[in-house]
Design a protein around this ligand. Structure first.
Ligand SMILES: Cc1cc2nc3c(=O)[nH]c(=O)nc-3n(C[C@H](O)[C@H](O)[C@H](O)COP(=O)(O)OP(=O)(O)OC[C@H]3O[C@@H](n4cnc5c(N)ncnc54)[C@H](O)[C@@H]3O)c2cc1C
Ligand code: FES
Length: 271
């Protein structure tokens, strides 16, 4: 699906969120921990920006009555489908990954503010399930003729998913801590992050907070811009419960409405 150039100008305008009952049309197990869930809407899906997320209601579960937030992995406006990569970490994610095709899930989306477009060449750094918002970002940058490279990292090879899909959009490299796939070591030791300022003008990153903080420090040292997608624990997902606040130069802001994507220059304690 092509994203129109108007998206470049529309970044961060408030967008109507919808609450829809969507039908699960595919539940593809990628490996023991990760699933790709594809939902179909009976009506036109709203426009979605890379970095935005959705709140999914786990069906029939008193233990997980709060919705669970997931980055939007992909959206297809012709088929009216929306996709998520879900890593099983607890009850809610387990229940979602156990759903059979045909199941109906109530979903609120699109939520939050996504990534902004970069001017020069950029580097995408996705760690573990932080890979999820990076696919839509890769498509969006490609559609808007931006140059970028993609670096995916994980503890083991099981954390590196959908490599073929990603590599269709940019030059891609991989790190794993156990060395079974790609370069061995932490993602931050990859050569592309040695002196990123000499090649890139922007880093986009999502993953474990410690990884994003390390990437942010590299970006600061290289004097390049860096956007992080925070995954603070959330409940409501639209600015009511205040459980997701983060300290910024504008005071405490909700990650769910003012983020999840922030420029590190605006985050307190990220330098
Ligand atoms: C904006 C946003 C986007 C996200 N995108 C994705 C995504 O695309 N794919 C995906 O698999 N997950 C994503 N997550 C994380 C996902 O929401 C949690 O893994 C999920 O809510 C856990 O639900 P659960 O019932 O399975 O686990 P719970 O039983 O609630 O918790 C199990 C364990 O997971 C930890 N946990 C719960 N929530 C989070 C969280 N937000 N971050 C880190 N650890 C958490 C808990 O501390 C606990 O240790 C995202 C979170 C946010 C805030
Ligand atoms: S999750 Fe409720 S305010 Fe952000």
């Amino acid at each position: 699906m092509n994203y129109p150039v108007k998206h470049l100008k529309m970044k961060n305008l408030p967008m109507a969120k919808v609450t829809h009952d969507l039908q699960l049309i595919e539940n593809r197990q990628l490996n023991p921990a990760y699933h790709l869930l594809i939902f179909k809407s009976s009506v036109a899906i709203p426009e979605v920006f890379p970095g935005q997320f959705a709140e999914l209601l786990t069906p029939d579960s008193a233990a997980t009555f709060l919705r669970r937030p997931f980055s939007i992995y992909n959206a297809d406006y012709q088929l009216n489908t929306i996709q998520f990569i879900v890593k099983i970490v607890g009850n809610g994610t387990k229940k979602l990954c156990q759903l059979s095709t045909g199941a109906i899930v109530n979903i609120i989306y699109p939520l939050g503010k996504g990534f902004s477009i970069s001017e020069g060449k950029s580097l995408i750094v996705g760690g573990g399930v932080g890979i999820a918002p990076m696919y839509l970002l890769s498509k969006w940058l490609t559609t808007n003729n931006r140059e970028f490279d993609i670096l995916l990292g994980g503890r083991t090879e099981a954390d590196i998913i959908n490599v073929k899909e990603f590599s269709e959009y940019g030059e891609l490299d991989i790190t794993t801590e156990n060395g079974k796939l790609g370069q061995k070591g932490l993602i931050t030791t990859h050569p592309w992050l040695k002196d990123p300022g000499s090649v890139y003008s922007r880093i986009y990153t999502c993953g474990p907070e410690a990884m994003m903080r390390a990437v942010a420090r590299i970006a600061i040292a290289s004097q390049i811009s860096c956007e992080v997608s925070l995954e603070n624990t959330m409940a409501c997902g639209f600015g009511v419960c205040l459980c997701c606040v983060v300290a910024t130069d504008k005071g405490n802001l909700c990650v769910c409405t003012d983020g999840p994507v922030f420029n590190i220059n605006n985050l307190k304690g990220w330098d």
